[in-house]
Design a protein around this ligand. Sequence first.
Ligand SMILES: Nc1ncnc2c1ncn2[C@@H]1O[C@H](COP(=O)(O)OP(=O)(O)OP(=O)(O)O)[C@@H](O)[C@H]1O
Ligand SMILES: [Mg+2]
Length: 347
Amino acid sequence: MAEIQIRNVAKCFGSYQALHDINLTIADQEFMVLLGASGCGKSTLLRIIAGLETQTTGEVWIGGRRIDHLPPKDRGIAMVFQNYAVFPHLTVFENIGFGLRMQKMRNDEVTRRVTRTAELMHIEQLLTRYSGELSGGQRQRVAVARALAMEPDVILMDEPLSNLDALLRLEMRAELKGVLAESNTTAIYVTHDQVEAMSLADRISVMHQGRIVQAASPVEVYRDPAERFVAGFIGNPPMNFLPARNTGAGRWAVANQVFDGPDVPATALEFAIRPEDVRPADEGLEARVRLVEPLGAHLLLTCDVGGAMFRAILDSDMTVRAGDELKLAAMPDRIRWFDPDTSLSIA
Ligand SMILES: Nc1ncnc2c1ncn2[C@@H]1O[C@H](COP(=O)(O)OP(=O)(O)OP(=O)(O)O)[C@@H](O)[C@H]1O
Ligand SMILES: [Mg+2]
């Protein structure tokens, strides 16, 4: 059992606070992804769990045991770093087997595990090469294989696929998901790539400026962002926002339209809808098209709605030109509302 609990963890570097009161429980064998922009604190949180950085306050528990006072090697964790650390003067075989040798594991077991993980990472043909002679992507795969070979209770991965080309990255992502689903490992995986996060995660923790703003399944993060930040971060392009004015009894004026919304006393809210959740219709938000970008399967329109920028994703067989005026109907069950003061979603 390797449930991970992060309790009230904060981290200051001098006067700079990199993490604010992080509370997160990762279930045994769960695949958790930490997703957020550069500098939001992902690596810092991972390094605190691994014991490579000391938290300023708070506790880390694994499998019901407080571990934040233990040295890294006693935490039962394998880690793949953002700057993958492989030893250039060792062969790929010895790099992958390094941790196993440290544990004084029998030779035949080392060989079995190294061969198996090398095959998983498609580097079995490189086993006798010196790691200094590898490409960046190959080295990264050696680092992942070395962590997997440990068969750890917990594996922490910091952007482990960032140096691979797009195709290989897609392939490795699927492999990694398969390997970890078969093992009994609890995984935390850091990325700033939301597609990668969506495809890998059981749950995603969206981080912003040293805080976790939402921890939920990929579908939930996409459909029901808890905060405006999440709505404006997830999705490509992300949600559209329009100002909404209360006209009483749960009716809200948005540009040229009036919508049913939350029955709350606020005078103003933000109306939000995804670009893929609008359709051209006889009745809808009046939109003037500014830019048309054909994306193959779809057309991405950048429009002006009531003076605000508004994006729409439409079927590629539509004929639309810059300067056209359209009406865009928002799918009622996909509309979300945010409180402009707290930035929180309103159910
Ligand atoms: N040793 C340090 N001393 C001072 N500030 C640090 C230190 N390590 C990290 N920071 C700062 O803490 C913040 C969080 O850094 P962190 O490395 O956790 O970000 P990240 O989310 O992993 O970003 P990236 O996606 O770029 O890797 C950053 O503003 C960074 O400059
Ligand atoms: Mg980082």
